[in-house]
Design a protein around this ligand. Structure first.
Ligand SMILES: Nc1ncnc2c1ncn2[C@@H]1O[C@H](COP(=O)(O)OP(=O)(O)OP(=O)(O)O)[C@@H](O)[C@H]1O
Length: 557
């Protein structure tokens, strides 16, 4: 919070602060005059049986208010000279930061929001804070001057509780800023989670993952509720501050009235003192609390966001995720589905160079799909590690992994919608020419024509298992992911269609891992991994014929 306040105070340097202060002086006149006029109107006028004198004092009060209004007008005219340059500085900071990040190749999607909405919020709240700080100073000077002139004892009684309440309100501000930040963060977390779940609603329903989706949003919603409760507790503390600083002086003054009367305090002076509390101090504290609680917090939090985003692109890059390549490496990977389950993969070492085509073969139930899950980061090794482009898969966010690898399982996922929706699901910005190329390469053209082109409707139930696989394969082909893993994803295609699809993927670029359904598929790969329960052998077709009895057996089959 100190940083945000320093930025605001520093911005006042070289601005017309003196003119603003001088034009605030006329405003002190009515503030100081309230109690004096009431005291004299009562003591010298109405209680002395001279109502005309009483009314004259009240008339003088109206005159003082006119003087104050002239000062207020001039203050507002000069406020722009303080606030607009501050806004310009912030806008400059946002634009420079966004340009620097753009030049460094990093998109800054939040810059528009910061430049328009957030800078305006800071400008408005800053103006509100300047005004309230000025009003507070004017009130304290005016009330103190007035009280000292009619009854110095009353000043000694009412000012301490007021100042105590004011100090406590300022202290609560720092605590409240932290709570507002927590609440905003929690709110963003809920929005991020809910957006992810809502945008995947179709998939959630299709895969029956409703409970999992609910669990995803459950935590952030709980955090948000806790943050809101903490914020509500701060509001209670703020109310207590007002009780002390706003009502405290009134109670003290009323309680001390007999004691003051014994010391010669007149009824008019007592009423004058009450007027200062009710018309001066109490509204000033209420405004301070309202403005600090609203403007102040919005100022600190929003300016904080702008300042954080303005950090140099180099420092931001340090935290940005590493972009892995497409080479896959397994280092002593061991995996079992549970602590007491049999080990499916045992200390496996494997390297697939970028651009290579690896086929995995082995008897049913030996662990081929498990290996595909490990390579894609869907399963976490019990021991050892899986690296993609040299970066460990473990701990990488799902969104990041999704841009670097795509897995097509045996049961192809196709949904109700247009052909185009189904094909561009992993690459929404795909160009028409690229889509046509993919459709042709993978062998989907006949089906697309039958469905009425890219705008035609797909009804999953009307497609054969092989047709659904072709749709899913074309989608994977269009995906920008450099690593493609096909887990028996062509098992429902005839051998020719399978060959055509696999050749398309080989020519696509990037690394290809195929869990082979047919041995003919394995023979197209540069490297073949034979999984044999107790051991795993890697080689090309010829070397494996020599080295692996299991491979020889699979080829004969
Ligand atoms: N989710 C799971 N929980 C527990 N065990 C599992 C799970 N999935 C697979 N297994 C077990 O792990 C072993 C390897 O299964 P996996 O599906 O990886 O074999 P596969 O070689 O792909 O078989 P297939 O060729 O029949 O598809 C099997 O014994 C299987 O029963």
């Amino acid at each position: 919070m100190r940083r945000e306040l320093e930025v605001g105070i520093r911005s006042l340097r070289g601005r017309p602060v003196v003119a603003l202060a001088l034009w605030s002086v006329p405003e002190i006149v009515p503030t100081a005059a309230y109690g004096i006029a009431v005291a004299h109107a009562v003591d010298d006028g109405f209680l002395a049986g001279r109502p005309a004198t009483g009314l004259a004092w009240l008339g003088a009060l109206a005159l003082a208010a006119v003087v104050g209004a002239i000062g207020t007008r001039q203050v507002y005219l000069r406020l722009g000279g303080l606030v607009e340059p501050f806004r310009d500085d912030l806008a400059r900071r946002v634009v420079s930061g966004a340009l620097a990040r753009g030049a460094a190749g990093n998109r800054d999607d939040g810059a528009v929001s910061r430049l328009t909405r957030q800078v305006e919020i800071v400008r408005d709240t800053y103006a509100g804070l300047v005004l309230v700080a000025r009003t507070l100073v004017v009130t304290v000077i005016g009330v103190t001057t007035g009280l000292l002139s009619i009854a110095p004892l009353v000043a000694l009684l009412v000012l301490p509780p007021f100042l105590l309440g004011l100090a406590a309100s300022l202290g609560v501000m720092s605590m409240a800023a932290g709570r507002v930040r927590d609440s905003l963060r929690a709110d963003e977390e809920v929005a991020t989670c809910a957006t992810a779940v809502f945008s995947a609603l179709r998939d959630v329903t299709a895969r029956g993952a409703e409970e999992y989706a609910a669990r995803l949003v459950d935590g952030p919603i709980g955090d948000h509720a806790a943050a809101e409760r903490a914020l509500a507790r701060v509001a209670v503390v703020r109310t207590l501050c007002f009780v002390v600083g706003g009502w405290g002086p009134l109670v003290v003054l009323l309680a001390a009235a007999p004691w003051l009367a014994d010391r010669g305090l007149t009824a008019g002076a007592l009423l004058g003192g009450l007027t200062y509390v009710l018309v001066g101090l109490q509204p000033a504290l209420r405004t301070v609390l309202a403005v600090l609680g609203d403007n102040g917090l919005r100022y600190v939090v929003t300016l904080g966001r702008i300042l954080d985003a303005g950090a140099s692109p180099a420092s931001q890059q340090q935290g940005s995720p590493v972009t892995p390549g497409s080479d896959v490496a397994l280092r002593q990977v061991t995996f079992a589905y549970g602590p007491h389950s049999e080990t499916v993969v045992d200390r496996l070492d494997l390297t697939v160079a970028p651009g290579d085509h690896l086929a995995v073969v082995g008897p049913s139930g030996i662990g081929k799909s498990t290996l595909a899950g490990l390579v894609c980061g869907l399963l976490t090794p019990t021991a050892g590690e899986v690296l993609l482009g040299g970066a460990p898969m473990a701990g990488q966010p799902v969104e990041q992994l999704a841009t670097h690898r795509v897995l097509i399982p045996q049961e192809a996922y196709v949904f109700s919608g247009t052909v185009l929706d189904n094909l561009t699901y992993l690459c929404p910005d795909a160009q028409a020419a690229h889509i046509d190329l993919a459709v042709e390469a993978v062998g989907l053209a006949t089906l697309v024509r039958r469905l009425g082109g890219l705008a035609g409707q797909v009804r999953p139930g009307d497609l054969s298992a092989g047709e659904r696989q072709l749709v899913a394969l074309t989608r994977a082909y269009l995906s920008p992911a450099p690593l493609v893993v096909l887990d028996e994803a062509t098992c429902h295609l005839d051998p020719d269609a399978e060959r055509r699809a696999e050749e398309a993927f080989s020519a696509r670029g990037g690394t290809l891992v195929v869990i082979a359904h047919r041995i003919s598929s394995a023979m197209r790969a540069q490297q073949i991994l034979v999984l044999d329960g107790s051991s795993a052998t890697v080689g090309d077709h010829d070397s494996l014929l020599q080295a692996s009895p299991l491979y020889r057996e699979l080829v004969c089959h």
